[in-house]
Design a protein around this ligand. Structure first.
Ligand code: ADP
Ligand code: ASP
Ligand code: MG
Length: 418
């Protein structure tokens, strides 16, 4: 069994869906699980729906209509006949979504978020599965919520590996082209959960792990894993082969081409991960596998934008010690802030965090009871693996550097946004 994952960018329009078919012709599709994300920026569009829903905004209907219209245009382009069964199937999903919006009583934002946002993947896989059948490939559409079980930590759920393993071993049929949703799971009451934004790569790894798959291929809009994000760094070059360890480090520091949770399950069973271009599927791309890195360790650049630098100093000139630090971290954890860099001195303590859920205001009011709190919005955090002097100059050039930190293999630099 092989697992393929197609992300939002690969299926953002009708041409993208046709291209998935073409990629399958090249790569083969027997005994394959296709994990697919929501089309294009659908998840973001559904986040707007959720915002409007909680704000009781008059824009609620129109924001749903926008998502509907976007998919409808893709459908009309793909299937000439508007009597094709796919139209009814997609309409049914939209009416389920609308029913949820009118009948839901739960005030739990994260719970409601998952129930709504999941329609992105349910719709995309319905369309793609029908399209493959239309082009003559028999597919099996799987509702991933019957396979991947999680806890109830909505929006960032943790996988229940035992239950998931049992479901997958028992119910996934091999020999077919199976199509299923990335990013989603379900809790013990069968409510939908999600695995964290961009989590579809991880879904592919979960299936691969549970099926002892031969390999996982994630199809991307780049030639593979490069030594930098080509959007931000000119002259980025492809890394042909890297170890799990190197890939874990790159993903951990924020190379978004691979979701950070993807690699550990694969490493555990030594299942190779291929990162390949959906535009040029015959090219080799990057292979991530066990063993020493074959590439010379040239510098790799990673940038995380829109970070928040929080600096705390004690009000009464006392030191910030273990006791305070553990309290600070408990709060950061409570407010779901991911810490990417820590720096402390005798009387001050700084953390560079991702405030994904917009909780800083609340956190600040709690921290301010004990510390003097200052912060910089919108900073960029650069990480250079295998840094050199020349590499650090590339990053620092013309920027306002706030923090620079060096360990054996890695340099991290926090700068003000340009
Ligand atoms: P998906 O469509 O599967 O969600 P993503 O957009 O999340 O794909 O990932 C692909 C993007 O990752 C690329 O377009 C690229 O801008 C970005 N990226 C970040 N770091 C790297 C890197 N080191 N190598 C290649 N691409 C990278
Ligand atoms: N659709 C989800 C997101 O945009 C999951 C994914 O694309 O991996 O976050
Ligand atoms: Mg993505």
């Amino acid at each position: 069994m092989r697992v393929f994952k197609f992300g939002g960018a690969s299926v953002k329009d009708a041409a993208g869906v046709r291209n998935v078919f073409d990629v399958l012709q090249v790569a083969g599709y027997e005994n394959v699980i296709l994990v697919v994300s929501a089309m294009g920026k659908t998840t973001n569009a559904l986040e707007v729906v959720i915002k409007n829903y909680f704000a009781k905004s008059r824009e609620l209907q129109s924001s749903v209509q926008e998502v509907r219209k976007y998919h409808n245009e893709i459908l009309i382009d793909l299937f000439e006949d508007d009597k094709h069964a796919v139209f009814a199937a997609v309409n049914k999903l939209f009416s389920d979504l609308e029913n949820f919006l009118s009948e839901n009583k739960s005030p739990n934002y994260n719970f409601v978020y998952d129930q709504i946002v999941s329609y992105g993947e349910l719709i995309s896989t319905t369309i793609i599965s029908h399209y493959m059948t239309f082009r003559g490939i028999t597919t099996e559409w799987l509702d991933v919520r019957n396979f991947i079980k999680t806890d109830t930590n909505y929006r960032d759920a943790t996988v229940d590996w035992d239950a998931t393993q049992k479901n997958i071993t028992k119910n996934v049929k091999t020999k077919l082209l199976n199509i299923t949703q990335g990013f989603l799971g379900s809790d013990e009451n069968n409510f939908t959960t999600t695995l964290g934004r961009e989590g579809s790569d991880y879904t592919a790894a979960i299936f691969a792990y549970c099926l002892n798959a031969e390999s996982v291929t994630i199809w991307k809009d780049v030639p593979g894993v490069m030594n930098a994000d080509p959007r931000y760094f000119e002259n980025a070059v492809l890394l042909n082969q890297i170890s799990y360890r190197e890939a874990i480090e790159l993903a951990f520091y924020g190379a978004t081409v691979i979701h950070p949770k993807t690699l550990q399950p694969l490493q555990r069973k030594e299942i190779p991960l291929y990162v390949k271009s959906f535009i040029n599927p015959t090219l080799a791309g990057t292979s991530v596998s066990k063993g020493a890195d074959l590439e010379p360790h040239s510098p790799c650049f990673i940038v995380k934008k829109n970070q928040l630098l929080i600096s705390l100093s004690s009000i009464n000139f006392s030191f910030i010690m273990e006791e305070n630090i553990s309290e600070i971290f408990a709060l950061l954890h409570q407010f779901k802030m991911k810490v990417h860099l820590i720096q402390n001195s005798a009387i001050s303590f700084s953390v560079c965090v991702d405030d994904k859920f917009g909780n800083f205001k609340e956190l600040k009011s709690l921290l301010s009871k004990k510390f003097k709190v200052t912060h910089n919005d919108d900073v960029s955090l650069y990480t250079i693996r295998h840094f050199t002097d020349a590499a650090s100059k590339i990053v620092e050039n013309g920027k306002d550097v706030l923090i620079k930190q060096v360990s054996r293999e890695t340099m991290q630099i926090v700068t003000k946004a340009e």
